[in-house]
Ligand binder design. Sequence first.
Ligand code: KIV
Length: 286
Amino acid sequence: MTRGRCLITRNLTIPGLKARKGGIPLTWITAYDVLQAQVAEASQVDVILVGDSLGMTTLGYSTTLPVTVDDMIHHARAVRRGAPNTMMVVDLPFMSYALQADAVHAAGRVMQETEADAVKLEGGREVLATVEHLVAFGIPVVGHLGLTPQSVHEMGGYKVQAKTADTIRILLQEAGALTAAGICALVLEGIPDRVAAEVTNSLPIPTIGIGAGPGVDGQVLVFHDCLGLSTAYPKFVRPFAQVRTAMTNGLTAYREAVQQRHFPGPDQSYQIADAEWERHLADRGS
Ligand code: KIV
């Protein structure tokens, strides 16, 4: 029997991801296009998340709700081309997994058309059966609890969650139930640090925090927030570069150089040999 050559050479497998529980913290970053993916891979982050936050960062919507499965696939394909060797998790967008049949269709398309390593979906008890079903058919699933942006209207805004004893209990129950259903990692967004640490300690799989403090197994940031490309930052963000300022300064310098006729100079222009130019002048009779 001829065996196909294994062409997948990722930095991390799903069992490898799970094995990082309690180890060196995992670094996740979002990316939405080929340039961001190349930068992420060159930086040796552990996981690239093609988040539905692309609705805001890249498509200019005010929430993630308008993002479609086709949008996710279009951007995830670009990310995969830019980062062929990095584990890539792709968000299932709003309402694409509300019905189990739709979830199978959306997750199947994402896995087949983008070469994703896993899908991520938001929610607790309402997605348990779907998670179990996807995992049973070989699709790794990352969960997402706490501040779940697809429920922004239900939450009344992007508000910190699990701040009461009752909601902490529900969060712990849902995290345990999602783990039993087969998720390979759990994103915890916008919850108090002590709550995130307790959820983390209660689970055998890695938790990835965003606005969840340091007591988790890894961190995820939106690319634009991490590198200073955004115009406003939530409290939990630390920009590690000021790329928006650098870009604006660069383009301003370009405009000024063009207006003052400093650009292009001889170094950015193509030259013709003097003899050839003389021949041309003679040809044209001047
Ligand atoms: O869409 C996204 O970028 C996310 C992260 C904020 C976790 O889900």
